[in-house]
Design a protein around this ligand. Structure first.
Ligand SMILES: [Fe+2]
Length: 167
């Protein structure tokens, strides 16, 4: 695969039918694609560290918002889903440390792990909560209006996109 090819191509099949969540999932895919290009083109440790930082920060922001949605909607499998998020953050943190401290060539291993994880998570448990919420009659549209404002504030405080742009 050359660096000009798209590593993780977004497909409408990944939609969970909640725009705010879909947008964030697509942004995670964008960051993974950016990481793929940086690794393929050997853009250097500083650039890669910046992208990893953005990936970590955006993943945390996204999980926080998704967990807030499930909690607000009193979703029955909330705790189990939250646990999946926690596990991924720990794995991601380990992979980042492995790269940053030990400088092991783990990028491609990390990329394929994250791609598979994200795909399976979206099409599995994320789709499951989205369907459950909509079947229970939870007003996702009203929640989204409120959440969008909160998300803007969270993004502001994290400034993740500045790291992203610099990369
Ligand atoms: Fe999730």
């Amino acid at each position: 695969m050359s660096a000009d090819e798209v590593f993780f191509k977004w497909s409408p099949a990944y939609s969970v039918n909640i725009k705010t969540i879909d947008d964030q999932h697509q942004e995670l895919v964008n960051i993974l694609n950016r990481l793929f290009v940086a690794v393929s083109k050997r853009e250097g440790d500083k650039v890669i560290a910046g992208i990893l930082d953005a990936l970590m920060s955006y993943t945390q922001t996204h999980f926080t918002l998704e967990e807030r949605l499930m909690r607000d909607a009193k979703y029955i499998d909330f705790e189990a889903h939250k646990h999946e998020h926690k596990k991924l953050l720990e794995q991601l943190d380990q992979l980042c440390k492995k790269h940053l401290l030990e400088e092991k060539p783990i990028y491609f291993e990390m990329l394929s792990f994250l791609k598979t994880w994200l795909k399976e998570h979206i099409q599995g448990v994320d789709t499951k909560y989205s369907q459950a919420l909509q079947q229970a009659g939870f007003s996702v549209a009203a929640w989204e209006r409120e959440a969008s404002a909160e998300f803007a504030l969270m993004s502001n405080s994290k400034k993740w996109w500045e790291v992203w742009k610099a990369a």
